[in-house]
Design a protein around this ligand. Structure first.
Ligand SMILES: [Zn+2]
Length: 206
């Protein structure tokens, strides 16, 4: 049986379909095998706006695996929570930071079960948008040396996009140019703040 977007829309019904169409923020439907069943117009707008740097790839769309858009340690974290919602039915809420060079943005993601676990509905909602602390985002380093490790790599938090200052134990800075365009010498990492506030389960494992 072809599991396409029409089938997902039939599952959720016309009223919810229309609300997802009109949402300001992204939403998607996910089949129990984690294939993306449906994305709403806001998802497509966001993908177009952010696709250029590869962070939010345009290939992360209907028919692809939802988990393909999530790298590293977070992949299993998301997979297990999605599976728990499919199995148990209780919605899962998670907050995450998705900032631009000038604005701090906090989003809330909700995952809930459709029907008896025929699918999942994932909705993202922006809960905070405000300027970064003054002075922090205005930093303009033209020399990347202070952030490069012994291998010439800059460790950038995949969540808040802060970068780790080389030589400092845990000092993570905002570098606006690197939020806008992830540099080639960047490597994905997680800062302690994001681990502690967003992924306490990962903090426990560390
Ligand atoms: Zn972070």
């Amino acid at each position: 049986m072809l599991r396409d977007r029409q089938e997902f829309l039939r599952l959720i019904g016309p009223e919810l379909s229309e609300r997802l169409d009109l949402r300001r923020d992204a939403a998607c439907g996910v089949w129990p095998d984690f294939t993306i069943a449906y994305v709403n117009p806001a998802w497509l707008r966001f993908a177009r706006a952010n696709g250029a740097d590869g962070e939010f790839s345009s290939s992360w769309c209907e028919g692809a695996s939802f988990l393909d858009g999530i790298g590293g340690r977070l992949r299993e974290f998301y997979r297990s929570h999605l599976q728990a919602v499919l199995d148990g039915g209780a919605p899962w809420m998670s907050e995450y930071e998705c900032s631009s060079p000038k604005l701090f943005r906090l989003y809330s993601m909700e995952v809930r079960r459709v029907g008896e676990g025929e699918a999942l509905l994932v909705t993202h909602t922006r809960v905070v948008q405000c300027p970064h602390e003054q002075g922090v985002f205005l930093r303009e380093p033209l020399d990347s040396a202070p952030w490069k490790d012994e291998h010439g790599l800059v460790h950038q938090c995949v969540h808040c996009r802060r970068v780790r200052r080389a030589g400092e134990a845990e000092q993570w800075d905002w570098v606006p140019q690197w939020v806008e365009h992830v540099p080639e010498f960047a490597t994905g990492s997680l800062c302690p703040h994001c681990i502690a506030t967003r992924y306490p389960e990962l903090a426990d494992q560390a």
